[in-house]
Ligand binder design. Structure first.
Ligand code: XIL
Length: 372
């Protein structure tokens, strides 16, 4: 009861703040972005998303709320539904932030994706303490049933297992699973079980395997071995999430071919593909590994660097449109360069002041051309 009441209060405060912000933003349109919209450009092709959390009712400025609503039709919680934040102790759940996000999405007619049910990172140690195989499976089941069940009917899809494959190549033709405590204690079938538990909790939701660098090289081969095993073991997987933490420097013809081949290979397994965490760093490496460059704001990018990023995004989106037969969503990992987890590398299409970078126009033009 107490938890319910605090939820209602936070939702009401939250909506009141959002409504006030909207009045302000309608009265004085804040950016040129209003006339160029990613979601409109990609209408009938695939959903276009962002990742964020409402850590407080005043999390976003009026301009940011305007941007969220005008540009995106799906949102992934950047952190608030991960096992660590949402389920800190066995009998304790933090519903306030994820509830605020889902309420905002429902009120704004935006879809919500769930991220993520099982991961080696951002997971509290209590899961594994004193756990043998049966106990850990029971905890996994309870975690997934409670979390997926809580949002049943309000979430379009879940990243069920995140980043299960090692970065270093294994022997050819093996899954090369990361030695997480999930694998060590339960065994490789923890993935199949997680998918089954998620399906039990919501019969209609899309269920993803999500990972970075799975589109190429040995990790791609491992992902195919893993996915085939999951399918043959009856895991109710629907979608592969290619995270898409890439860099402008690497987005050459070879990389684009590699991505297209990966989409083709996943489609051949009768899976959909989503680009789940897209960002293109302007400096330094990309990559989904935690601990990348961030923190200090980058120096203002040069016009040449902005143009190179615009070109890279344009070529990528032309590919996404070409492969719209398989791709059902493209989500950017963050709203603007100030809020990005790679904020030192300016990887998004809105700058730190919410102004569109050249990449926005380039994407809109590229999508219009590719869909013609
Ligand atoms: C990142 C968040 O953006 C950060 O705020 C957090 O500190 C660490 O996690 N792959 C994923 C995401 O699946 O959950 C990660 O998000 C980025 C890499």
């Amino acid at each position: 009861m107490r938890q319910d009441r605090s939820l209602r209060i936070s939702r009401r405060d939250f909506l009141a703040t959002s409504a006030a912000a909207l009045v302000v933003s309608t009265a004085s349109p804040s950016s040129a972005a209003a006339s160029l919209s990613l979601k409109d450009a990609c209408r009938d092709l695939f959903l276009v998303g962002t990742a964020l959390d409402f850590r407080s009712p005043t999390e976003f400025t009026a301009a940011e709320l305007d941007l969220i609503k005008s540009q995106f039709n799906v949102i992934t919680p950047e952190n608030s539904m991960k096992p660590g934040p949402v389920h800190p102790q066995e009998n304790s759940w933090n519903w306030t932030q994820p509830e605020a996000l889902v309420a905002f999405c429902q009120d704004s007619k935006i879809k919500t994706m769930g991220h993520c049910l099982v991961w080696h990172s951002q997971t509290n140690p209590w899961f594994f303490q004193g756990a043998d195989r049966d106990l850990l499976l029971a905890r996994l089941k309870e975690h997934i049933h409670t979390l997926v069940g809580h949002f049943k009917g309000k979430i379009s899809g879940w990243d069920v297992v995140n980043e299960a494959i090692n970065d270093n190549a294994g022997a050819a033709g093996v899954e090369n699973l990361r030695a997480s405590q999930w694998r060590e204690i339960i065994g490789p079938e923890y993935l199949t079980q997680a998918f089954k538990f998620a399906r039990e909790a919501d019969p209609n939701v899309a269920l993803h395997y999500n990972g970075y660098n799975i589109e190429g090289g040995a990790k791609h081969q491992s992902s195919l071995v893993l996915l085939k095993r999951l399918i043959s073991d009856g895991a109710p997987i629907t979608t592969v999430g290619i995270q898409g933490h890439w860099s402008v420097a690497n987005m050459n013809a070879q990389k684009l071919e590699q991505i297209e081949q990966a989409v083709e290979n996943y489609k051949a397994l009768k899976l959909k593909v989503a680009i789940t965490e897209l960002d293109l760093t302007m400096t330094g490496p990309g990559g989904g590994q935690l601990g990348g460059q961030r923190g200090a704001p980058a120096a203002p990018p040069s016009p040449e660097a902005l143009a190179a990023q615009a070109d890279a995004y344009a070529r990528l989106f032309a590919l996404f449109v070409k492969r719209r037969d398989a791709i059902d969503r493209v989500t950017f990992w963050g709203l603007n360069d100030r809020r990005s987890w790679r904020r030192g590398q300016n990887p998004l299409v809105f700058d730190a002041e919410n102004q569109p970078k050249p990449a926005l126009q380039a994407i809109v033009d590229s999508v219009a051309k590719a869909r013609a």
